[in-house]
Design a protein around this ligand. Structure first.
Ligand SMILES: CC(C)(COP(=O)(O)OP(=O)(O)OC[C@H]1O[C@@H](n2cnc3c(N)ncnc32)[C@H](O)[C@@H]1OP(=O)(O)O)[C@@H](O)C(=O)NCCC(=O)NCCS
Length: 188
C-alpha cells in the first residue's frame, strides 16, 4: 500500500481542522472467540488519539522506505471518511492497524494495513480487514479496494483468501519504482 500518490495529493490540498474520524458507535469492541488464540487480541476503532502509537508501529511494519509520514496518518485519522481499526493486546498495546477511507466515488479504500512482526500469522490482519469491510458496509460502501506491491505475495495471499481479485496493474506505482496491483472485492 505504502505512500499513495492519491493520498498525498489529498493531503496537500486538504484544509486544516478536519472533522473527527467517523467511527460508528457500534464498533466499540471486536467480537472474540474465547477458544481461539486470537482471543489475545481485541479489535477496536483506531482514531487520532492513537496517532503516535500507530505511526511508530507503521515504521516497524514497512521497513522498505514506504512507511507513511506522521502527517499522512494525521490526515487519514482525522478524516470524517475514515474507517480504521487497531488490534490491541489485553493490556492495551497496539499490535496491528488498518486504515480505510471512503472515497468520493463511494469505494472503500484500504490505504494501509500492518501487523507487528512478532504477532503475524495469527489472523490479526484477517480480522481487521473483515472489520473494516463491515464498517464500510454500514456506510453504504459496496466495493472495497486496495493497492499492494506486486512482489508482496504474502499480503496478496491474504487478500485472495478474503475474496479480493487483481483488477489492474499499476506500473511504477511505488516511490522506488516498484509496480503495484489494485485488488478489489464486492462487499455488498
Ligand atoms: C501482510 C500482513 C498485514 C499480514 O498480517 P497477518 O496478521 O500476519 O496475517 P493473517 O495472520 O491474518 O493471515 C491470514 C492469512 O493470509 C495469508 N497470509 C498472511 N501472511 C502471509 C504470508 N506472509 N505468506 C503467505 N500467506 C500469508 C495466509 O493464508 C494466512 O492464513 P494462515 O496463517 O492460516 O495460512 C503482515 O505480514 C504485515 O504487516 N506485513 C508488512 C506490511 C504489509 O505488507 N502490509 C500490507 C501492504 S499491502
Amino acid at each position: 500500500m505504502a505512500v499513495l500518490k492519491k493520498i498525498r495529493s489529498r493531503l496537500f490540498s486538504s484544509n486544516a481542522g478536519e472533522a473527527p474520524a467517523g467511527i460508528p458507535a457500534e464498533d466499540a469492541r471486536g467480537i472474540l472467540s474465547a477458544a481461539s488464540p486470537a482471543s489475545r487480541y481485541d479489535i477496536r476503532p483506531l482514531t487520532v488519539a492513537q496517532l503516535d502509537e500507530c505511526w511508530r508501529l507503521d515504521q516497524r511494519c514497512f521497513i522498505d522506505g514506504e512507511a507513511y509520514s506522521r502527517e499522512t496518518f494525521e490526515y487519514l485519522l482525522t478524516s470524517s471518511e475514515s474507517v480504521s481499526y487497531r488490534a490491541v493486546l489485553t493490556e492495551g498495546a497496539m499490535v496491528g492497524f488498518i486504515v480505510g477511507l471512503i472515497e468520493p466515488d463511494l469505494t472503500g479504500h484500504i490505504t494501509t494495513l500492518g501487523v507487528a512482526p512478532e504477532h503475524r500469522r495469527q489472523r490479526i490482519a484477517e480480522r481487521m480487514l473483515l472489520k473494516a469491510e463491515d464498517g464500510f458496509r454500514r456506510r453504504r460502501v459496496r466495493v472495497a479496494r486496495l493497492e499492494v506491491r506486486s512482489i508482496n505475495t504474502g499480503a496478496q495471499e491474504l487478500y485472495i483468501k478474503l475474496g479480493y481479485a487483481v483488477t489492474q496493474r499499476l506500473p511504477r506505482y511505488y516511490s522506488n519504482g516498484g509496480d503495484g496491483l489494485m485488488m478489489t472485492k464486492s462487499i455488498s
